[in-house]
Design a protein around this ligand. Structure first.
Ligand code: AP5
Ligand code: MG
Length: 215
């Protein structure tokens, strides 16, 4: 199965992708995570992407599509893919079709997480992750069971993203509205889009996605 999770910054793409990975053994393909890893490792791609990401703008289509192709090649043909944060432009949507077709894959679902933008700023500015395993948390909505200790791996180190400040979040949202939302009608015309209420409780969002992919 190949699924796109689509929605603005903070809609819950990463949160829901992690849950699908745990439940179904699928693979999360997050271009944001790949780019952050490249920035950290100071690779040529990372050096190019760093300032663009800090401004909240989009990295070039060629870079992200190449990353997606490489990740797909590194995974088993029978492993399902969850695209998180990709595609984000018309050009990326076109590339994804070719990338999938070349590997004998095709899209099963495009799941739109519908959200209220104002609430997203709170979600994003309160977000942090385990520095060791990457599990996501939130100051208000999802704290570790034992304060200061990761539920999943026991690490006591956590980190926040440099682009998770209000000003950059506003730019990221504007980029979403201008460049990413316009790819939805094309997928709608192909009958691939399902809309899920991303403002619902996290577990309810997961349940709605589970129902969709079970059909
Ligand atoms: P990327 O990493 O993809 O960031 P994003 O799209 O801005 O989305 P986020 O990761 O911020 O949000 P999310 O939807 O994953 O929400 P989450 O689950 O964490 O991209 C970062 C940058 O990289 C871009 O700005 C761009 O520069 C570059 N980039 C990446 N991909 C690119 C591409 N394809 N092309 C070009 N450039 C690219 O949830 C947020 C918080 O809310 C969490 O704390 C969570 O616990 C909480 N939460 C989640 N769901 C709920 C709920 N239902 N109720 C309450 N709280 C919730
Ligand atoms: Mg994310």
């Amino acid at each position: 199965m190949n699924i796109i999770l689509l929605g603005p910054p903070g809609a819950g793409k990463g949160t829901q992708a992690q849950r699908l990975v745990e439940r179904h053994g699928m693979r999360q393909l997050s271009t944001g995570d790949m780019l952050r890893a490249a920035v950290k490792a100071e690779t040529p791609v990372g050096l190019q992407a760093k300032a663009v990401m800090e401004r909240g703008e989009l990295v070039s289509d060629e870079i992200v599509s190449a990353l997606i192709g490489e990740e797909l090649d590194a995974m088993g043909a029978d492993v399902g893919a969850i695209f998180d944060g990709y595609p984000r432009t018309e050009a990326q949507a076109g590339s994804l079709d070719s990338i999938l077709a070349a590997r004998g894959r095709s899209l099963d679902h495009v799941i739109e997480l519908a959200v209220d933008e104002d609430a997203l700023v709170e979600r994003i500015t309160g977000r942090y992750t385990c520095a060791s395993c990457g599990k996501g948390y939130h100051d208000t909505f999802e704290q570790p069971r034992v304060p200061g200790t990761c539920d999943k791996c026991g690490s006591t180190e956590f980190k926040r993203r440099p682009d998770d400040n209000e000003e950059t979040v506003r730019t990221r949202m504007a980029e979403y509205r201008a460049k990413t939302a316009p790819i939805l009608p094309g997928y709608e015309a192909r009958g691939l889009v399902s809309r899920v209420d991303g403002m619902a409780d996290m577990d309810d969002v997961t349940a709605a996605i589970e129902r969709l992919i079970a059909d």
